[in-house]
Design a protein around this ligand. Structure first.
Ligand SMILES: [Zn+2]
Length: 231
């Protein structure tokens, strides 16, 4: 469990299941400690190529299925306030920058979070991820320094450690492993293969737990190396 007492957490990711891999354990710990969590999920991931394996979704039914999966994931984690922001999957990067920043500013003004969680700009791999976290950083940058919430980021580009160093926080999540599994399992149309692999690994007697279920790595956003001034 991370040290700080938080009063309100705001999580911003573009796709249902973005919350599951990187931070669902950490969020579950905060939720269990009674911290209110708002998750602003920008799209429904409706353009996802995975329709389940074997397929159980069609292109038409996928948005509704992913909505239900997202709700189930939030329930497993203990997220009490889920906002589906209604942007279109795979098009977040084409949204107007200022409109995106305004969306984040509105959320921050309303919720006054002590901690915001998103991806790390330039280390988020997918264009939707990049557009999302850049809007979050831009919105927070506009605030007075002393009013800014803490900003925790998930980074998983190949050159992350090379450029940012080792993660600032390694959070032990073994006590909420079941909640993380619940979150990942909820996204069956996307993560079914992964959960199956995990089951198989267990059956094979592989007892060394996968990192996903033991710890989560978090970077604290470095305002001294702000992404728009770093080039
Ligand atoms: Zn994603």
């Amino acid at each position: 469990m991370l040290e700080q007492q938080e009063s309100q957490i705001l999580v911003v990711f573009p796709h249902p299941d973005d919350e599951a891999f990187g931070v669902s354990g950490t969020l579950a710990q905060y939720a269990n400690a009674g911290v209110p969590i708002t998750y602003a999920c920008l799209t429904l991931g409706e353009m996802g190529r995975n329709l389940g394996n074997p397929p159980f979704a069609t292109r038409e039914s996928l948005p509704e299925i992913r909505k239900k999966e997202l709700q189930a994931s939030c329930e497993a984690i203990g997220i009490n306030d889920l906002r589906m922001m209604g942007l279109r999957d795979k098009t977040v990067e084409f949204e107007d920058d200022e409109k995106m920043v305004q969306m984040m500013t509105k959320l921050i003004d309303e919720l006054n979070p002590s901690l915001v969680l998103t991806f790390y700009p330039n280390y988020a791999v997918h264009p939707d991820h990049e557009a999302t976290c850049k809007a979050v950083v831009r919105a927070i940058r506009r605030m007075k320094e002393e009013d800014r919430p803490r900003l925790y980021c998930v980074a998983f580009a190949n050159d992350t450690v090379e450029n940012l160093g080792e993660p600032h926080l390694i959070n032990d999540i073994r006590d909420v492993k079941e909640q993380k599994i619940g979150s990942m399992r909820a996204h069956a149309s996307q993560t079914g293969w992964m959960m199956q692999e995990e089951e198989k690994r267990k059956e094979d007697g592989d007892t060394e737990s996968h990192n996903w279920f033991t710890e989560e790595a978090i970077y604290i956003y470095d305002w001294n190396r702000d992404f728009e001034e770093s080039f």
